[in-house]
Design a protein around this ligand. Structure first.
Ligand code: SF4
Length: 219
């Protein structure tokens, strides 16, 4: 593919979005939650873990701990056991308790709606904050860059960056702001259902004609 101008890449990105929207009209966050606190907890648990496993764990967890105060005063060892199967459970339990303590002490028990306040909670990074703001509050302040978004952004020729923060900066330029949250869902859904890490299903790909397949073995 000859070198694209920024305008050409933006136009191609819009076509990719439209192709993926047709393929996945129902794309959404696959973590189960019924309020912002639950989404925050589920997102912390989802690090290095599948959404499916997190959903199994949170089904019981959210019945036992119903508020930030419940998590903040939870017995650490009990909380660790409850989330053990999501992996890295010691760190995750610490993050959950730290975040919930701050939510209780500084925000009256309610999850804050701003990036700066979220990342100050402790145990909450920019990616987690983006997930919560975009999905629980419908506020687009960034693009969630997980392993799927990073892989697909490269293959689709949207960026050569490998650092998630830099990838996010590029995607924020290419994608209209009101679609930032949707865009990461679309890439995540495509990454899970078609553009697998190994052996992506290019012959059946809905955006094959828009993809330079960077780094994919030609078959
Ligand atoms: S053409 Fe292949 S590499 Fe490109 S998005 Fe589709 S599945 Fe992924």
């Amino acid at each position: 593919m000859p070198r694209e101008t920024f305008e050409e890449k933006t136009a191609r990105t819009r076509k990719i979005i439209s192709g993926l929207r047709k393929a996945y009209p129902d794309a959404h966050c696959e973590l189960n939650y019924s309020n912002p606190l639950e989404l925050l907890m589920a997102t912390i648990l989802s690090a290095q873990c599948t959404d499916k496993r997190v959903n199994i764990v949170t089904e019981t967890l959210f019945k036992k701990y119903r508020s930030a105060a419940d998590f903040a005063k939870a017995e650490l060892s009990e909380l660790e056991q409850a989330i053990r199967t999501t992996g890295f459970y010691r760190n995750k339990a610490k993050s959950i308790k730290a975040a919930c303590r701050s939510i209780v002490e500084k925000h009256g028990g309610a999850v804050p709606r701003a990036m700066e306040q979220l990342i100050e909670l402790g145990g909450v990074g920019r990616k987690t904050a983006n997930v919560v703001l975009g999905n629980a509050f419908d506020i687009n302040v960034g693009v969630v860059v997980d392993t799927h978004v990073a892989r697909l952004s490269e293959r689709l020729g949207l960026t050569k960056e490998t650092d998630p923060v830099k990838i996010e900066q590029v995607l924020m330029q290419l994608v209209p702001r009101e679609q930032w949250t949707l865009f990461s869902h679309l890439l995540i859904w495509h990454g899970r259902r078609r553009c697998y890490a190994r052996n992506p299903d290019c012959p059946n790909c809905e955006v094959r004609g828009l993809c330079p397949r960077i780094g994919v073995k030609k078959v």
